[in-house]
Design a protein around this ligand. Structure first.
Ligand code: F6P
Length: 359
């Protein structure tokens, strides 16, 4: 008999269900006796013992279903060692629930914060497998996270839709793309949709360079410009400040504007007087059905996780490295962020065809 626990934690994304399906099918196909316990709403379910036993039926027909059948929540890593409002030791509570159910291992699907807690539980002696999900693609040690390409498709589609209206009205359009502190999603969606300017946190922008790009387009007869702006984009004069001061300045901007895109719009308007519109697709980017790429990636990651569990190999993240699914020790990756390298080929290729990065 094998007993596994499973939970999804942090912001959701499109291929969580597809991945869990891969794990459970990979186990059920190779074991006579299997019990799967699903913890509800992320680590909350593990802390407070909110779980249900899952059957084959739960994993049927969910390859294409977005969201997560287990629900999710954000439980910040930095608060894990702090007791809850009733004085409960969360880490101890998670361990007790794990042992009470006599689990062989716990499969944890989540992003960076989730991974740090997964590693903490590993250090505490639990058998852990971490599966890298996020639309941000910022998990160190894997070339790709599931959810990313589905979000790229949605953000690309949003910018495609903006294209026709932007050109009809000769306006500047800013489309703000998610991605938290990194620019992967904006970079990929920006290239895929033919954005004229792409602004990512890894390349702090110079507003005068953005205006140059708009004017250059005007001179060539294109009266409209589309900017794909990462939610974490940062002006170069602020990025040059010491971290604490930069944070303060960004907080001041956040008080004045709903997001960085509105500040950029304001700056462009003051300089050019052009009509500007800001579009924020927001959580749409995490919604809907996983794209074909993510379905394949998730199935492969889930299947490999099942293999590791059958071999009783624990303490790993299942990753995609150079096209191959591999196991990476959690301790080597937890707490690290995968950012876009400003000198990467994607960026030099994009610059060559005239896309401005505001630098
Ligand atoms: O990490 C995924 C993500 O969608 C980020 O791109 C975004 O910054 C954040 O989550 C939004 O978080 P929430 O859903 O808590 O508003």
């Amino acid at each position: 008999m094998m007993r596994i626990g499973m939970l999804t934690s942090g912001g959701d994304c499109q291929a969580l269900n597809a991945t869990m399906r891969g794990v459970v099918k990979g186990l059920a196909n190779n074991l006579d006796e299997l019990e799967v316990y699903g913890f509800m709403n992320g680590y909350k379910g593990l802390i407070y013992g909110d779980y249900r036993m899952l059957t084959d039926h739960d994993f049927s027909g969910i390859l294409t279903r977005g969201g997560t059948i287990l629900g999710t929540s954000r439980q910040p890593f930095k608060l894990m060692r702090e007791p809850d409002e009733n004085g409960l030791d969360k880490v101890e509570a998670m361990k007790q629930n794990y042992y009470k159910l006599r689990l062989d291992c716990l499969v944890i699907l989540g992003g960076n914060g989730t991974q740090k807690t997964a590693n903490l539980l590993r250090e505490e002696g639990l058998n852990i497998i971490h599966l890298p999900k996020t639309i941000d693609n910022d998990i160190y040690g894997t070339d790709m996270t599931f959810g990313f390409y589905s979000a790229v498709d949605i953000a690309t589609n949003a910018i495609d839709c903006i294209h026709t209206t932007a050109s009809s009205h000769n306006r500047v359009f800013i489309v703000e793309v998610m991605g938290h502190k990194v620019g992967w999603l904006t970079l990929y969606a920006g290239i895929a949709s033919g954005a004229d300017v792409i602004l990512i946190p890894e390349i702090p922008y110079d507003i005068s360079k953005i205006i140059d790009a708009i004017n250059k387009r005007k001179m060539r007869g294109s009266g409209f410009t589309i900017l794909a702006v990462a939610e974490g984009a940062i002006p170069k004069e602020i990025a040059a400040l010491p971290k604490k001061e930069a944070k303060k300045k960004m907080a001041e901007i956040a008080k004045q504007f709903p997001s960085i895109s509105y500040k950029i719009a304001d700056d462009i308007f003051k300089e050019t007087g052009m009509e500007i519109r800001v579009t924020v697709p927001g959580h749409m980017q995490r919604g809907g059905s996983p794209c074909a790429y993510d379905r394949i990636l998730s199935t492969r990651i889930g299947s490999e996780a099942a293999k590791l569990i059958l071999e009783r190999q624990y303490g790993y993240m299942v990753a995609l490295v150079n096209g191959k699914i591999k196991k990476i020790p959690l301790e080597d990756v937890a707490g690290k962020l995968k950012t876009v390298d400003p000198s990467c080929q994607e960026i030099s290729d994009a610059k060559r065809i005239g896309i401005s990065f505001g630098d």
